[in-house]
Write a protein that binds this ligand. Structure first.
Ligand SMILES: *[C@@H]1O[C@H](CO)[C@@H](O)[C@H](O)[C@H]1NC(C)=O
Ligand SMILES: *[C@@H]1O[C@H](CO)[C@@H](O)[C@H](O)[C@H]1NC(C)=O
Ligand SMILES: *[C@@H]1O[C@H](CO)[C@@H](O)[C@H](O)[C@H]1NC(C)=O
Ligand SMILES: [Zn+2]
Ligand SMILES: [Zn+2]
Length: 515
């Protein structure tokens, strides 16, 4: 075959594929203006925009898309305009254009118990998979808000979910593969309010980087069904552009802040009342850890406090765990700050999560079996200040863990070896910034004397009083900056090398990369 023939063959192949997608591409200045008009950056009801209006609309678009604000239709802008996206507008009003980079709100439902109904399904995936993805996607919003969802199969529902190609009976016809992936309607009493439509011309996939991840599109559209607009935060699910398949994808803190601004946080109360402020003082602490930014976290199964380096607790705490650490479940078993890599690990059942400050690392949660020899459902985790090594407790036993090796062979050992700790176990433990090791049990905590290898004199002490600045009798917030009993105060150093031999033990092993 001559090279001319090959070129011809390539060209005709290209023509076919290009023409299939042509309907949704933006190439010319006019197509770009139509795009900006469609997504709310430009109002063309009064006719074609003048040069100044074009430049400003392009700048608003570039600002929203987080690309260089040139005011002209450059390549970067064209690439963005040709990225698959949601069909809803980005800008609801001119004031939107200059809003802060965060979530946007539309209308809201005046009730919190909502129903949804699946009208039809895409043939791209098995029907039960489609149903599962839809339910899991909508429940992601219930997990972090006061909303509840019930799937109905007959009668009407608040949110009707359907798949359709091209024109499908509303004023937002779909455009074939690519381009617009889906759209949904804000809450309203109109029949169409809350409904979510998916472009059937897309190739929907699950847990694959091929095609279009249906879960991401569904969570995004249901966000609109609940009254959220488009966010400018790239990691938010309400970002209008499809960003590809992400394993273990979770709502972003911006998404959670948005839905909670409309409906309040999930406080596990069934009745339909405004969110009640949480009780300020935690009576028992079951999780204690730190983050690289110097924060100390103390929490129970559902909420946590953040204590800054100066001892103060910022406004807004206690917060729901998943709001502070997006992607974390409630009722965690333990947490561990590991200074060598600056990461904070959270443990629950047979899984663990890794964070850098308040942001989860990619690819988590992972199975606890990464921590060789560690049992599921641990109680606490800490670095012991005396030797800098990692310890875990589970009930009345403890384990010593060596990075790169696993749990050392002669563990578990009875927790009663830690003189002065409650022998039936502790709820939480950590090494604090003063390099002392603290143990929490019920409403009290213990400070461990690493040299004497025993609990310091005068402990246990009421946790809420010392750490949360609460009056222990009335449990109201006191002066948080100067707790009556500073956890850092006092430093009795008594040497009593009683059972040091058991807690220590030399081991010949090299450090491998840490999980
Ligand atoms: C794009 O496709 C839709 C439906 O497939 C059709 O209604 C519309 O006219 C097309 N637009 C263009 C510019 O070809
Ligand atoms: C904008 O882009 C920069 C660089 O890609 C990124 O670091 C930043 O997080 C983006 N901003 C938003 C709001 O997503
Ligand atoms: C956790 O503490 C918060 C704040 O004091 C409280 O509202 C919540 O009920 C507690 N949760 C549990 C499971 O005890
Ligand atoms: Zn959208
Ligand atoms: Zn539609």
């Amino acid at each position: 075959m001559s090279s001319r023939l090959i070129l011809l063959a390539l060209w005709s192949f290209c023509m076919v594929t290009c023409c299939l997608a042509q309907n949704s591409t933006v190439e010319t200045e006019e197509e770009a203006m139509a795009y900006l008009n469609k997504y709310g950056y430009l109002d063309m009801t009064g006719g074609m925009p003048n040069t100044e209006e074009r430049r400003r609309a392009l700048e608003y678009f570039q600002r929203f898309a987080n690309i260089t604000m040139t005011g002209v239709l450059d390549d970067e802008t064209l690439v963005m305009m040709n990225t698959p996206r949601c069909g809803m507008v980005d800008m609801n009003s001119p004031a939107d254009m200059m809003r802060k980079k965060r979530y946007a709100l539309g209308s809201r439902w005046s009730k919190t118990e909502l129903t949804y109904k699946i009208i039809n399904r895409t043939p791209d995936l098995p029907a039960d998979e489609v149903d599962r993805i839809i339910t899991e996607s909508i429940e992601k919003w219930a997990d972090v808000s006061r909303l509840t969802f019930t799937l109905v199969t007959s009668g009407d529902a608040d949110i009707l979910i359907s798949f359709a190609a091209g024109s499908h009976g509303d004023d937002g016809p779909f455009d074939g593969p690519g381009g617009v992936l889906a759209h949904a309607y804000y809450p309203s009493s109109n029949a169409i309010g809350g409904d979510a439509h998916f472009d059937e011309d897309e190739d929907y996939t699950d847990a694959s980087s091929r095609g279009i991840n249906m879960e991401w599109v569904a969570v995004h559209e249901f966000g609109h069904s609940l009254g959220l607009g488009h966010s400018q935060i790239e990691g938010a699910v309400m970002y209008p552009y499809y960003t590809g398949y992400v394993p273990n994808f979770q709502l972003n803190s911006d998404d959670i802040a948005g839905i909670q601004a409309h409906y309040g946080e999930n406080v596990g109360e069934p009745e339909d009342t405004p969110p009640t402020p949480v009780d300020k003082c935690m009576t028992s602490i079951t999780m204690a850890t730190r983050t690289l930014d110097g924060s100390t976290y103390l929490g129970n199964a559902t909420h946590l406090y953040r204590r800054l380096t100066d001892g103060s607790i910022p406004d807004g705490y206690p917060k729901v765990i998943g709001v502070e650490f997006p992607g974390l479940p409630t009722a965690l078993d333990a947490a561990l700050f590991y200074p060598p890599n600056g990461k904070t690990y959270f443990f629950k059942g047979s899984q663990y999560w890794r964070f850098r400050n308040q942001r989860m690392d990619r690819g988590f949660p992972r199975p606890l079996s990464d921590w060789r020899g560690l049992p599921n459902d641990i109680s606490s985790a800490f670095i012991w200040s005396r030797n800098g090594q990692i310890y875990f407790t589970k009930g009345d036993e403890y384990y010593r863990y060596y990075p790169g090796y696993g749990v050392l062979s002669y563990y578990p050992q009875p927790l009663s070896q830690w003189d002065g700790l409650p022998s039936d176990g502790v709820d939480a433990a950590f090494q604090w910034t003063n390099a002392r090791t603290y143990f929490f049990k019920g409403s009290e905590y213990y400070r461990f004397n690493d040299r004497a290898v025993t609990v310091d004199q005068g402990y246990p002490i009421n946790t809420a009083t010392a750490w949360l600045g609460c009056d222990s009798d009335q449990l109201v917030v006191g002066p948080t900056s100067s707790p009556t009993t500073s956890p850092a105060a006092g430093d009795a150093v008594v040497l009593a090398p009683s059972m040091v031999a058991v807690l220590f033990s030399t081991i010949a092993a090299v450090f491998y990369s840490f999980q």
